[in-house]
Design a protein around this ligand. Sequence first.
Ligand code: PLP
Length: 433
Amino acid sequence: MFWLNEHWRPLHEFQHASPHGLRGVREAQHKLERFAGLLMKVFPELHESQGRIESALHPADVLRDRMLRRGRPAGRWLIKGDHALPVAGSIKARGGIYEVLVHAEELALRSGCIGPDDDRALLAAAPARELFARHEVSVGSTGNLGLSIGVTAAALGFKASVHMSAEAKEWKKARLRARGVRVIEHVGDYCSAVAAGREQAKEDPNTYFVDDESSERLFFGYSVAALRLQEQLASRAIAVDARHPLFVYLPCGVGGAPGGIAFALRHVFGDHVHCFFAEPVTAPCMLLRLASRDDRPVSVADVGLDGQTEADGLAVTRASEFVAPIIKPVVSGLYTVPDSDLLATLYLMKETLGLEIEPSAAAGLLGPRWLLDSAPGKEYLRQQGLTEHMDGATHVLWTTGGSLVPRDEYEKFLERGRREWELRQETFYDSGS
Ligand SMILES: *Cc1c(COP(=O)(O)O)cnc(C)c1O
């Protein structure tokens, strides 16, 4: 389904009420710049980018021409390729690495290992490492956040433990164990893995728990991507204004990553950016949270859904109660995607652009079809006064993970996706609306 968010507001109406606003975003950006030298030391793969964790913006008009009927105003398509983010291979690299570094910095400052004006590269030196070895970092995850947090914490010398939910893939657990991270397996879903981790951490004052359901640090770490996208669009001379609207499609799990990015994008581009979140049909936790009349936590199980999906990064049954209220006025709408469409577009992505993504990361690709072809989509464009300007529009499809998926697993997704695509390509143009 496609749901227009009735709580959407113009920026000037909610700007003053936002916690920290753009200030929190800029502070995170500034801190990440300070950490660049440290990141180059700890992760040799970041040498080339001078310690910056960033992804490319790929032209994707060939993908557009396969997914939409030609000869209609559809604007320019771009892929924001976070599937290839270094270190963690997913969008979680931004928030996860940021939160671990900020925690490490805080510990080191408090113990006197480093002074406030010291080079943050000292966090990789012996005194800091000895300090971190006496501390633990822990997290609950469906997989990708665990990879990001676990790998970063272990690289700095922390003890690290990751509470994994039932849908977490074996290869993600193996990869973590190979780096000395303790993996604790839970039979329940993502929310119960997070709850178990949170409880265990409470018992040990030397354990820091990264709480995906309420972390402000994750949120602002993710949000920095908006400033980077702004630079990338500017460097291509792509305008964003009333005649050149920007549409951004983001896969959504608990809401932190898409929420942080959409929040910052609205502060940067105001009402000229339109953010849509994509969720699996079996786990539309944010859609449910924003659409339900009473403003309370709600699980997809309450409406008879089980959260089972190939999109493990999005297999979340309850939205973040920290993020939901913040993004209520921010996001334009949400839509759901069945696994069969995720696999078909995963295949199409490889065939048209040669990009290898995981199923979660394909969720954004279905967005423009909903916007352009469905009755509520057309209604949104009319309400916003954009119907005449769609030729000048830019659509950014955010691919959020995939580069670490093992070859044999990826080949299986690709083969299933090829079959899905062949089954539907005849009817693809006419379905979905
Ligand atoms: C975690 C994740 C998301 C969504 O991020 P949330 O903060 O959970 O909303 C999207 N795509 C992938 C691949 C992810 O791992």
